[in-house]
Design a protein around this ligand. Structure first.
Ligand code: ASP
Length: 328
């Protein structure tokens, strides 16, 4: 019989608004319930076997810190030591869900699948997607375990996404989670779970969980017309060991930003170039190499930031970090 741990971390999937029609401003009540209460309210405790509620946090996911990541990864590892466990489902706020999923996919190598899910409408709301998403995540955990497919997956709105590609692409809609240009790696309709793109399940890179206890400061500088590099200089002054440039389309900032990045590199900061476009690869071009900038491949700025921070925590050299990004 499946035995699945359900870790509650808060988020909209755990949120209680002022009433059934409070679908937008429910954060004002700041009321979120624990894993057991989510199972009780959704009636999912015995959906598909033994669902074990595990309390972790009840916060808004905008508050997730590096320490929370470290403790969550350790918790997953500890839970997976129970050989009777067949899967882990994490209820997470959708604001930073894609970052936590990507992070966990880089540091966990477990014998059970880890599924992150959330909701776009609060648990207490009329037509909330909390129960449906949680049920789908539980079914995917079971199917993935039976298929020996023990990676990290994101499940919302009947779709299974890879942590690498998935992003929250709408502030409010139920189908907010997308993998732009790539699409989902599977679907779930009731009990019917279908993985359609197996090749994305492999781990692109792997890092030790212990690195999460010493992640250095890495910031993201967002490009826009007229950006003068002030933010980049401020990040360096604040002690950033790395800066990810969320640049224009192909992967570049304004001339003033490029100058500020060159100065940062001169000062020993590692710079990774990504793009603000939301999809597509930043090419490892001669121009980037001449400047000492590492091309961020097809990772979004927030996911490139995680890889850079992990590489720096591991003590990688600039060349090693460049190779890591090209090998993803
Ligand atoms: N405010 C929420 C969060 O914790 C948003 C959500 O979960 O949809 O990220």
């Amino acid at each position: 019989m499946p035995k699945i741990a359900f870790i509650g971390t808060g988020g909209t999937i755990a949120s209680i608004g002022s009433g059934p029609f409070d679908l937008l401003d429910y954060n004002a009540s700041n009321a979120r319930v624990n894993a057991r209460a989510i199972l009780d309210r959704t009636g999912l405790a015995e959906t598909i076997g033994d669902i074990v509620p595990i309390d972790f946090r009840t916060f808004d996911s905008s508050a997730v810190s590096h320490t929370d990541w470290s403790e969550l990864a350790d918790l997953c590892w500890e839970l997976a030591q129970d050989t009777s466990l067949t899967g882990i489902v994490i209820g997470h706020g959708t604001a930073t869900l894609e970052e936590t999923a990507w992070l966990l996919s880089l540091v966990l190598d477990l014998n059970v699948p880890v599924i992150l899910t959330g909701a776009m409408r609060p648990l207490s709301g009329l037509s909330s997607d909390a129960g449906a998403n949680l049920a789908a995540a539980i079914h995917v955990a079971d199917a993935a375990y039976r298929g020996r497919n023990c990676g990290v997956f994101v499940v919302l709105n009947n779709e299974i996404h890879a942590p690498r590609t998935v992003t929250k692409a709408h502030t409010l809609r139920l189908n907010a989670f997308k993998s732009p240009w790539e699409g989902p790696i599977g679907t779930v309709d009731g009990l019917a779970v279908r993985f359609t793109r197996q090749e994305l399940h492999r781990r692109p890179l792997s890092f030790g969980r212990g690195l999460l206890r010493k992640l250095p400061r890495v910031d993201i500088a967002y490009s826009y017309v007229g950006a003068d590099g002030c933010a980049i200089k401020a990040f360096v002054n604040a002690g950033a060991r790395g800066v990810v440039s969320a640049g224009f389309g192909p992967g570049m900032g304004t001339p003033a930003e490029t100058k500020a990045l060159a100065e940062a590199i001169e000062a020993g900061v590692i710079v990774v170039q990504s793009s603000r476009t939301g999809a597509g690869k930043v090419v490892d071009s001669a121009g980037h190499r001449d400047l000492g900038i590492i091309a961020g491949n097809d990772l979004s700025p927030q996911k490139a930031r995680i890889v850079l921070a992990l590489c720096l925590a591991r003590g990688d050299t600039r060349d090693e970090i460049g190779r890591a990004f090209q090998s993803i």
